[in-house]
Design a protein around this ligand. Structure first.
Ligand code: FMN
Length: 206
């Protein structure tokens, strides 16, 4: 494991007050913290963004984009709990990722902020599948950005019964599964970090 704890940025892909995913992301963060990570849990409602528009970008990148890019630069990975909208991820999640991927102030591509970082993803829905299809789409989008998404994932169905409050997931098996997603992210970061230091020792190319 690295000397300093890995830093993970966590958010839910929903803005609404009673969101099941906002409740679930606390459980995911708890799992990562128990495995040794330092987790920064943000609310996307604190970083309001317009729908991506090249004209808005040309006129001046919103300050919230710069704040999110700075957060991404400071962290080693992402923890996301996403709703499912019509079988896909919500526009909120995609729009947030799209804005972060735009060039940073130095002119470097914002995609570089995601490269070789690790992500853990979960979902919640009042429906029986728990938003499983949104995880497939989100996994694909994150991989395209250069993140390694851990294979463990959990979709919490019947969320109205199972997620009564922030950080409370009443089903023991699901809770342990969500904790395990957070722990897997931390484990993978440890492996990457050890790999990097052993490459440095042997002089292998980065
Ligand atoms: C536009 C829209 C489309 C939706 N499509 C789906 C869907 O495909 N699958 C599903 O399980 N739930 C779907 N839902 C229901 C959401 O799962 C539900 O609103 C959920 O509470 C959203 O997550 P949140 O509680 O974190 O806000 C949809 C909701 C909306 C508003």
């Amino acid at each position: 494991m690295p000397d300093t704890p890995p830093r993970l940025l966590a958010f839910a892909g929903s803005l609404r007050q009673g969101s099941y995913n906002r409740r679930l992301v606390h459980v995911l963060a708890e799992g990562a913290r128990a495995a040794g990570a330092q987790v920064t849990l943000i609310e996307l409602r604190d970083y309001p963004l317009p729908i991506y528009d090249g004209d808005i970008e040309a006129a001046g990148v919103p300050v919230t984009v710069r704040e999110l890019q700075a957060l991404m630069a400071e962290h080693d990975g992402l923890l996301i709990s996403t709703p499912e909208y019509n079988g896909s991820m919500p526009a909120l999640v995609k729009n947030t990722l799209d804005w972060i991927s735009r060039p940073i102030e130095s002119g470097r591509s914002g995609v570089s902020l995601f490269q070789d970082k690790i992500a853990g993803i979960v979902s919640a829905s009042p429906g029986p599948l728990g938003g499983l299809r949104s995880l497939l789409v989100l996994r694909d989008a994150l991989s395209k950005l250069g993140l390694l998404v851990v294979p463990q994932q959990v979709a919490v169905g019947q969320a109205a019964d199972k997620l009564p409050d922030y950080g409370v997931l009443t089903d023991d098996r699901l809770r342990s599964g969500v904790h395990n997603v957070g722990a897997a992210v931390v484990r993978h970061l440890g492996v990457l970090s050890n790999g990097a230091s052993s490459n440095t020792r042997t002089g292998a190319a980065a």
